[in-house]
Design a binder for this molecule. Sequence first.
Ligand code: GDP
Length: 137
Amino acid sequence: MERTLAIIKPDAVEKQFAGPIIQRIEAAGFRIRAMRRVHLSKAEAEGFYAVHRERPFFASLTAFMSSGPAVVMVLEADGAIRKWRDLMGATDPSKAPAGSIRADFGSNIERNATHGSDAPETAAFETGYFFAGVDLV
Ligand code: GDP
């Protein structure tokens, strides 16, 4: 079993899409091993996205991610990292497949409803960022 970090981003939480997104996660066969609602500070968002600090959209992305509450989760499944990214669809919702979470709930390339770790190393860093010392039950 593999674990990945999922975030329901502030745009989707604001629009009350957390429920339908969690429903899709469970219907796809993931186990939610930990979950909490967070309102990141700008500094916490910058720490989470530190690998992107040289990207032109870093300031905008971290302002967005600290703009309101988000829901963070540890998801578990066989091949959870790939499986969750497939369920989300492409970064840009307009390029994501019909029926994917980002196509259905995202607004644009930045406000794209959800986040998912992209590799085992980032999954380990990202789950630790929010759930260090927390029991995964
Ligand atoms: P992901 O792995 O699909 O989330 O995509 P990336 O790791 O490339 O980017 C991280 C996050 O930054 C994305 O989920 C978007 O919220 C945001 N982002 C990515 N590309 C752009 C862009 O070109 N412009 C803006 N404003 N935000 C972007």
